[in-house]
Design a protein around this ligand. Structure first.
Ligand code: SAH
Length: 375
Protein backbone atom coordinates (compact mmCIF):
# COMPACT_ATOMS: atom_id res chain seq x y z
CA UNK A 1 0.00 0.00 0.00
CA UNK A 2 1.36 3.40 -0.94
CA UNK A 3 0.78 5.81 1.89
CA UNK A 4 -0.41 9.18 0.67
CA UNK A 5 1.20 12.26 2.23
CA UNK A 6 -0.39 13.13 5.53
CA UNK A 7 -2.96 15.88 5.10
CA UNK A 8 -2.52 18.68 7.56
CA UNK A 9 -5.66 18.84 9.66
CA UNK A 10 -6.67 22.26 10.93
CA UNK A 11 -7.97 20.68 14.15
CA UNK A 12 -4.35 20.07 15.15
CA UNK A 13 -3.24 23.67 14.74
CA UNK A 14 -2.92 26.32 17.41
CA UNK A 15 -3.95 29.94 16.77
CA UNK A 16 -0.32 31.07 16.50
CA UNK A 17 0.32 28.52 13.76
CA UNK A 18 -2.81 29.62 11.92
CA UNK A 19 -1.73 33.25 12.36
CA UNK A 20 1.62 32.44 10.77
CA UNK A 21 -0.13 30.99 7.74
CA UNK A 22 -2.25 34.11 7.32
CA UNK A 23 0.80 36.32 7.67
CA UNK A 24 2.40 34.31 4.88
CA UNK A 25 -0.70 34.74 2.75
CA UNK A 26 -0.48 38.50 3.35
CA UNK A 27 -3.79 38.48 5.19
CA UNK A 28 -4.66 40.57 8.25
CA UNK A 29 -4.51 38.94 11.68
CA UNK A 30 -8.25 39.15 12.32
CA UNK A 31 -8.80 36.76 9.39
CA UNK A 32 -6.72 34.15 11.21
CA UNK A 33 -8.97 34.60 14.22
CA UNK A 34 -12.00 34.03 12.04
CA UNK A 35 -10.52 30.76 10.81
CA UNK A 36 -9.84 29.63 14.39
CA UNK A 37 -13.51 30.27 15.14
CA UNK A 38 -14.65 28.30 12.12
CA UNK A 39 -12.41 25.37 12.98
CA UNK A 40 -13.11 25.06 16.69
CA UNK A 41 -16.10 27.04 17.91
CA UNK A 42 -18.21 26.42 14.81
CA UNK A 43 -16.67 23.05 13.95
CA UNK A 44 -16.83 23.80 10.21
CA UNK A 45 -16.44 20.57 8.27
CA UNK A 46 -15.88 22.31 4.92
CA UNK A 47 -14.14 25.44 3.66
CA UNK A 48 -17.33 26.48 1.82
CA UNK A 49 -19.02 27.18 5.15
CA UNK A 50 -16.41 29.77 6.05
CA UNK A 51 -18.34 32.56 4.40
CA UNK A 52 -16.58 35.50 6.00
CA UNK A 53 -13.30 34.46 4.37
CA UNK A 54 -12.85 35.34 0.72
CA UNK A 55 -13.11 32.64 -1.90
CA UNK A 56 -9.45 33.16 -2.82
CA UNK A 57 -8.38 32.71 0.82
CA UNK A 58 -10.48 29.58 1.18
CA UNK A 59 -8.98 28.15 -1.99
CA UNK A 60 -5.47 28.95 -0.85
CA UNK A 61 -6.17 27.23 2.48
CA UNK A 62 -7.68 24.19 0.79
CA UNK A 63 -4.47 23.54 -1.14
CA UNK A 64 -2.56 23.13 2.13
CA UNK A 65 -4.98 22.03 4.81
CA UNK A 66 -7.97 19.84 5.41
CA UNK A 67 -10.87 20.33 7.80
CA UNK A 68 -11.26 16.59 8.40
CA UNK A 69 -8.74 13.77 8.12
CA UNK A 70 -10.91 10.73 8.91
CA UNK A 71 -14.34 9.24 8.37
CA UNK A 72 -16.59 7.16 10.59
CA UNK A 73 -16.47 3.68 9.07
CA UNK A 74 -18.73 1.95 11.56
CA UNK A 75 -20.60 2.58 14.78
CA UNK A 76 -21.54 -0.24 17.13
CA UNK A 77 -23.88 0.12 20.09
CA UNK A 78 -26.76 2.50 20.69
CA UNK A 79 -27.18 5.83 22.41
CA UNK A 80 -27.89 4.30 25.84
CA UNK A 81 -24.97 1.88 25.78
CA UNK A 82 -21.29 2.16 25.11
CA UNK A 83 -20.76 3.05 21.46
CA UNK A 84 -17.70 2.09 19.54
CA UNK A 85 -16.64 4.21 16.63
CA UNK A 86 -14.38 2.69 14.05
CA UNK A 87 -12.58 5.57 12.36
CA UNK A 88 -10.88 5.29 9.00
CA UNK A 89 -7.76 7.39 8.70
CA UNK A 90 -6.46 9.04 5.53
CA UNK A 91 -3.97 6.23 4.93
CA UNK A 92 -6.58 3.47 5.15
CA UNK A 93 -5.72 2.48 8.70
CA UNK A 94 -8.26 2.34 11.49
CA UNK A 95 -8.49 3.41 15.08
CA UNK A 96 -11.26 3.02 17.55
CA UNK A 97 -12.86 5.52 19.90
CA UNK A 98 -15.35 4.52 22.57
CA UNK A 99 -18.13 6.71 23.95
CA UNK A 100 -19.23 5.69 27.42
CA UNK A 101 -22.53 7.27 28.44
CA UNK A 102 -23.23 8.85 31.78
CA UNK A 103 -24.76 5.86 33.45
CA UNK A 104 -23.22 4.83 36.73
CA UNK A 105 -25.62 1.91 37.14
CA UNK A 106 -24.48 0.28 33.94
CA UNK A 107 -20.79 0.77 34.36
CA UNK A 108 -20.41 0.33 38.06
CA UNK A 109 -18.58 3.62 38.40
CA UNK A 110 -19.48 6.84 40.04
CA UNK A 111 -19.31 8.79 36.85
CA UNK A 112 -22.14 11.01 35.76
CA UNK A 113 -20.12 12.22 32.82
CA UNK A 114 -19.98 11.22 29.19
CA UNK A 115 -16.55 9.79 28.73
CA UNK A 116 -14.67 9.29 25.51
CA UNK A 117 -11.88 6.77 25.40
CA UNK A 118 -9.49 7.95 22.68
CA UNK A 119 -6.61 6.34 20.82
CA UNK A 120 -3.17 7.89 20.59
CA UNK A 121 -1.44 5.54 18.13
CA UNK A 122 -2.31 3.06 15.41
CA UNK A 123 -1.25 -0.18 17.06
CA UNK A 124 1.08 -0.29 20.03
CA UNK A 125 4.70 -1.28 20.49
CA UNK A 126 4.54 -2.22 24.17
CA UNK A 127 3.27 -5.76 23.88
CA UNK A 128 1.44 -6.06 27.22
CA UNK A 129 0.48 -9.71 27.36
CA UNK A 130 -3.10 -9.30 28.58
CA UNK A 131 -3.78 -6.70 25.92
CA UNK A 132 -3.00 -9.04 23.02
CA UNK A 133 -1.01 -6.38 21.24
CA UNK A 134 1.73 -8.95 20.71
CA UNK A 135 -0.53 -10.26 17.97
CA UNK A 136 -0.22 -7.00 16.07
CA UNK A 137 2.38 -4.34 15.96
CA UNK A 138 2.90 -0.66 15.95
CA UNK A 139 1.99 1.23 12.78
CA UNK A 140 2.33 4.92 13.53
CA UNK A 141 1.61 7.79 15.86
CA UNK A 142 -1.60 9.72 15.49
CA UNK A 143 -1.17 13.40 14.74
CA UNK A 144 -2.55 16.04 17.10
CA UNK A 145 -5.29 16.69 14.53
CA UNK A 146 -6.25 13.00 14.48
CA UNK A 147 -6.46 12.92 18.27
CA UNK A 148 -8.60 16.07 18.50
CA UNK A 149 -10.76 14.96 15.59
CA UNK A 150 -11.85 11.81 17.42
CA UNK A 151 -13.77 14.05 19.83
CA UNK A 152 -15.11 16.28 17.05
CA UNK A 153 -16.31 13.33 14.95
CA UNK A 154 -18.02 11.62 17.87
CA UNK A 155 -19.69 14.79 19.15
CA UNK A 156 -21.03 15.60 15.69
CA UNK A 157 -22.36 12.08 15.24
CA UNK A 158 -23.83 11.69 18.72
CA UNK A 159 -25.17 15.24 18.92
CA UNK A 160 -23.85 15.61 22.42
CA UNK A 161 -20.79 16.94 24.15
CA UNK A 162 -18.16 14.77 25.72
CA UNK A 163 -17.08 15.99 29.13
CA UNK A 164 -14.46 13.51 30.16
CA UNK A 165 -11.57 12.09 28.16
CA UNK A 166 -9.39 9.09 28.86
CA UNK A 167 -6.35 8.20 26.77
CA UNK A 168 -7.03 4.50 27.19
CA UNK A 169 -7.75 3.50 23.63
CA UNK A 170 -5.22 2.05 21.29
CA UNK A 171 -1.61 3.01 21.80
CA UNK A 172 0.78 4.32 24.43
CA UNK A 173 0.08 8.05 24.78
CA UNK A 174 3.43 8.88 26.35
CA UNK A 175 5.26 7.28 23.42
CA UNK A 176 3.57 9.93 21.26
CA UNK A 177 4.31 12.69 23.73
CA UNK A 178 4.41 15.81 21.57
CA UNK A 179 1.26 15.06 19.58
CA UNK A 180 -0.67 13.98 22.67
CA UNK A 181 0.29 17.04 24.72
CA UNK A 182 -0.43 19.35 21.79
CA UNK A 183 -3.84 17.70 21.39
CA UNK A 184 -4.49 18.14 25.13
CA UNK A 185 -3.69 21.86 24.89
CA UNK A 186 -6.13 22.23 21.98
CA UNK A 187 -8.77 20.13 23.71
CA UNK A 188 -8.44 22.21 26.85
CA UNK A 189 -8.22 25.70 25.34
CA UNK A 190 -11.10 28.16 25.47
CA UNK A 191 -10.59 28.86 21.76
CA UNK A 192 -10.38 25.08 21.19
CA UNK A 193 -12.65 22.31 22.46
CA UNK A 194 -12.95 23.54 26.04
CA UNK A 195 -12.67 20.34 28.09
CA UNK A 196 -11.36 20.93 31.62
CA UNK A 197 -7.84 19.61 32.19
CA UNK A 198 -9.01 17.74 35.30
CA UNK A 199 -11.40 15.84 33.05
CA UNK A 200 -8.60 14.39 30.95
CA UNK A 201 -6.66 11.32 32.01
CA UNK A 202 -3.51 10.07 30.38
CA UNK A 203 -2.99 6.37 30.99
CA UNK A 204 0.49 4.93 30.61
CA UNK A 205 2.14 1.55 30.79
CA UNK A 206 4.84 3.30 32.81
CA UNK A 207 7.27 5.28 30.65
CA UNK A 208 9.17 6.80 33.57
CA UNK A 209 11.12 9.54 31.72
CA UNK A 210 7.99 10.81 29.99
CA UNK A 211 6.05 10.74 33.28
CA UNK A 212 8.61 13.17 34.69
CA UNK A 213 8.33 15.32 31.61
CA UNK A 214 4.54 15.31 31.91
CA UNK A 215 4.83 16.35 35.57
CA UNK A 216 6.22 19.65 34.28
CA UNK A 217 3.47 20.05 31.68
CA UNK A 218 1.42 23.04 32.81
CA UNK A 219 -2.11 21.64 32.48
CA UNK A 220 -3.54 19.84 35.50
CA UNK A 221 -4.47 16.63 33.75
CA UNK A 222 -4.82 13.34 35.60
CA UNK A 223 -2.43 10.43 35.35
CA UNK A 224 -3.29 6.73 35.49
CA UNK A 225 -0.64 4.03 35.63
CA UNK A 226 -1.32 0.61 34.18
CA UNK A 227 0.44 -1.24 36.99
CA UNK A 228 -0.91 -4.80 36.82
CA UNK A 229 1.94 -6.20 38.90
CA UNK A 230 3.11 -5.04 42.31
CA UNK A 231 6.53 -6.69 42.13
CA UNK A 232 9.04 -6.64 39.28
CA UNK A 233 8.86 -10.41 39.04
CA UNK A 234 5.13 -10.45 38.34
CA UNK A 235 5.00 -7.24 36.36
CA UNK A 236 7.72 -8.12 33.91
CA UNK A 237 5.97 -11.36 33.04
CA UNK A 238 2.96 -9.48 31.73
CA UNK A 239 4.43 -6.11 30.79
CA UNK A 240 7.73 -6.21 28.88
CA UNK A 241 8.07 -2.44 29.41
CA UNK A 242 8.96 -3.28 33.02
CA UNK A 243 12.33 -4.57 31.84
CA UNK A 244 13.11 -1.17 30.43
CA UNK A 245 11.62 0.87 33.27
CA UNK A 246 11.32 -1.25 36.38
CA UNK A 247 9.19 -0.46 39.41
CA UNK A 248 12.06 1.33 41.14
CA UNK A 249 12.42 3.73 38.24
CA UNK A 250 8.67 4.05 37.79
CA UNK A 251 8.06 4.91 41.43
CA UNK A 252 10.87 7.42 41.41
CA UNK A 253 9.09 9.14 38.51
CA UNK A 254 5.81 8.97 40.45
CA UNK A 255 7.49 10.63 43.44
CA UNK A 256 8.49 13.43 41.12
CA UNK A 257 4.92 13.60 39.78
CA UNK A 258 3.57 13.85 43.32
CA UNK A 259 5.99 16.64 44.19
CA UNK A 260 4.64 18.66 41.29
CA UNK A 261 0.96 17.71 41.44
CA UNK A 262 -1.86 17.72 43.94
CA UNK A 263 -4.23 15.30 42.23
CA UNK A 264 -4.30 11.67 43.27
CA UNK A 265 -2.69 9.20 40.93
CA UNK A 266 -4.69 6.19 39.80
CA UNK A 267 -3.27 2.69 39.52
CA UNK A 268 -5.06 0.35 37.16
CA UNK A 269 -4.69 -3.27 38.10
CA UNK A 270 -6.24 -5.98 35.96
CA UNK A 271 -6.90 -9.09 38.04
CA UNK A 272 -5.76 -12.22 36.20
CA UNK A 273 -6.25 -15.60 37.85
CA UNK A 274 -3.01 -17.16 39.10
CA UNK A 275 -0.93 -14.46 37.48
CA UNK A 276 -1.27 -11.38 39.72
CA UNK A 277 -4.24 -12.07 41.99
CA UNK A 278 -2.49 -13.55 45.02
CA UNK A 279 -2.95 -11.94 48.41
CA UNK A 280 0.81 -11.29 48.50
CA UNK A 281 0.35 -9.15 45.38
CA UNK A 282 -2.55 -7.40 47.10
CA UNK A 283 -0.37 -6.57 50.11
CA UNK A 284 2.49 -5.41 47.88
CA UNK A 285 0.05 -3.30 45.87
CA UNK A 286 -1.38 -1.74 49.02
CA UNK A 287 2.12 -0.74 50.09
CA UNK A 288 2.89 0.75 46.69
CA UNK A 289 -0.42 2.61 46.51
CA UNK A 290 0.20 4.14 49.92
CA UNK A 291 3.75 5.11 49.04
CA UNK A 292 2.62 6.87 45.86
CA UNK A 293 -0.61 8.22 47.35
CA UNK A 294 -2.61 6.50 44.62
CA UNK A 295 -6.10 5.13 44.43
CA UNK A 296 -6.53 1.74 42.82
CA UNK A 297 -8.94 0.60 40.11
CA UNK A 298 -9.21 -3.16 40.06
CA UNK A 299 -10.39 -4.48 36.71
CA UNK A 300 -11.30 -8.14 36.41
CA UNK A 301 -9.54 -9.41 33.29
CA UNK A 302 -11.60 -9.57 30.12
CA UNK A 303 -10.78 -12.50 27.92
CA UNK A 304 -8.89 -11.85 24.73
CA UNK A 305 -9.05 -14.36 21.88
CA UNK A 306 -5.84 -16.29 21.57
CA UNK A 307 -4.79 -15.74 25.18
CA UNK A 308 -5.21 -18.25 27.96
CA UNK A 309 -5.56 -15.91 30.90
CA UNK A 310 -8.75 -16.04 32.91
CA UNK A 311 -10.58 -13.76 35.28
CA UNK A 312 -10.41 -14.73 38.97
CA UNK A 313 -13.57 -15.82 40.78
CA UNK A 314 -15.66 -13.10 42.37
CA UNK A 315 -14.61 -14.39 45.79
CA UNK A 316 -10.95 -14.00 44.84
CA UNK A 317 -11.62 -10.50 43.50
CA UNK A 318 -13.37 -9.54 46.75
CA UNK A 319 -10.55 -10.93 48.86
CA UNK A 320 -8.00 -8.92 46.87
CA UNK A 321 -10.06 -5.77 47.27
CA UNK A 322 -10.47 -6.37 51.00
CA UNK A 323 -6.70 -6.38 51.52
CA UNK A 324 -6.45 -2.95 49.90
CA UNK A 325 -9.39 -1.50 51.78
CA UNK A 326 -8.16 -2.85 55.11
CA UNK A 327 -4.80 -1.24 54.43
CA UNK A 328 -6.54 2.10 54.06
CA UNK A 329 -6.18 2.35 50.29
CA UNK A 330 -8.99 3.89 48.22
CA UNK A 331 -9.88 1.13 45.82
CA UNK A 332 -12.69 0.24 43.48
CA UNK A 333 -13.52 -2.98 41.73
CA UNK A 334 -15.00 -2.43 38.29
CA UNK A 335 -17.26 -5.36 37.75
CA UNK A 336 -19.25 -4.76 34.62
CA UNK A 337 -22.37 -6.79 34.32
CA UNK A 338 -23.10 -8.98 31.33
CA UNK A 339 -20.56 -9.02 28.61
CA UNK A 340 -18.17 -6.29 29.68
CA UNK A 341 -19.32 -3.93 27.00
CA UNK A 342 -16.76 -1.24 27.53
CA UNK A 343 -13.83 -3.55 27.89
CA UNK A 344 -14.52 -5.92 25.05
CA UNK A 345 -14.78 -3.30 22.37
CA UNK A 346 -11.39 -3.90 20.83
CA UNK A 347 -12.37 -7.42 19.96
CA UNK A 348 -15.65 -6.27 18.49
CA UNK A 349 -13.82 -3.89 16.21
CA UNK A 350 -11.76 -6.70 14.77
CA UNK A 351 -14.88 -8.70 14.05
CA UNK A 352 -16.59 -5.80 12.36
CA UNK A 353 -13.67 -5.10 10.14
CA UNK A 354 -13.53 -8.71 9.07
CA UNK A 355 -17.25 -8.92 8.48
CA UNK A 356 -17.18 -5.76 6.44
CA UNK A 357 -14.13 -6.93 4.56
CA UNK A 358 -12.56 -3.57 5.06
CA UNK A 359 -9.16 -4.49 6.37
CA UNK A 360 -6.79 -2.75 4.00
CA UNK A 361 -3.98 -2.07 6.35
CA UNK A 362 -0.83 -4.13 5.83
CA UNK A 363 -0.54 -4.55 9.57
CA UNK A 364 -2.95 -6.92 11.22
CA UNK A 365 -5.75 -5.24 13.13
CA UNK A 366 -4.77 -4.92 16.72
CA UNK A 367 -7.01 -6.39 19.33
CA UNK A 368 -7.26 -4.36 22.43
CA UNK A 369 -9.62 -4.11 25.26
CA UNK A 370 -10.30 -0.85 26.86
CA UNK A 371 -10.73 -0.07 30.48
CA UNK A 372 -13.78 2.16 30.57
CA UNK A 373 -12.85 4.10 33.68
CA UNK A 374 -14.18 7.58 33.90
CA UNK A 375 -11.37 8.96 35.95
N1 SAH B 1 -0.89 2.26 26.82
C1 SAH B 1 -1.72 2.89 27.81
C2 SAH B 1 -3.13 3.07 27.36
C3 SAH B 1 -3.84 1.76 27.04
S1 SAH B 1 -5.16 1.51 28.13
C4 SAH B 1 -1.66 2.11 29.11
O1 SAH B 1 -1.06 1.05 29.13
O2 SAH B 1 -2.16 2.58 30.11
C5 SAH B 1 -4.64 0.17 29.09
C6 SAH B 1 -5.78 -0.24 30.01
O3 SAH B 1 -6.75 -1.01 29.27
C7 SAH B 1 -5.34 -1.14 31.12
O4 SAH B 1 -4.79 -0.45 32.19
C8 SAH B 1 -6.66 -1.78 31.47
O5 SAH B 1 -7.39 -0.89 32.27
C9 SAH B 1 -7.35 -1.94 30.14
N2 SAH B 1 -7.19 -3.31 29.60
C10 SAH B 1 -6.34 -3.73 28.65
N3 SAH B 1 -6.49 -5.05 28.43
C11 SAH B 1 -7.46 -5.47 29.26
C12 SAH B 1 -8.08 -6.74 29.50
N4 SAH B 1 -7.73 -7.83 28.83
N5 SAH B 1 -9.05 -6.79 30.42
C13 SAH B 1 -9.44 -5.68 31.10
N6 SAH B 1 -8.90 -4.47 30.91
C14 SAH B 1 -7.93 -4.37 30.00
Amino acid sequence: MITPPAPQGLLGMKPEEIAAVFAELGQPAFRAKQLVEWVFAKRAATFEEMTNLSKATREALATRFVTRTMTIAKVAGSSDTTRKFLLKLHDGRYVETVLIPANPALYGGSSDRRTLCVSSQVGCAYDCKFCASGLAGFARNLTAAEIVEQIVQVEAYAGERVDNLVFMGMGEPLANYSNVTKAIEILNAEWGIGIGARHMTVSTSGLAPQIKKLADFPLQIRLAISLHGATDEVREKIMPVNRKHNLGELFEALDYWNQKRKQFLTFEFILIADVNDSLQQAHALAKRARSANAKVNLIPYNTVDGLEWVRPSEAAQDAFLAVLVNAGVTATLRREKGHDIAAACGQLRLKQETELGIIESPIPAKRITIGGGAE
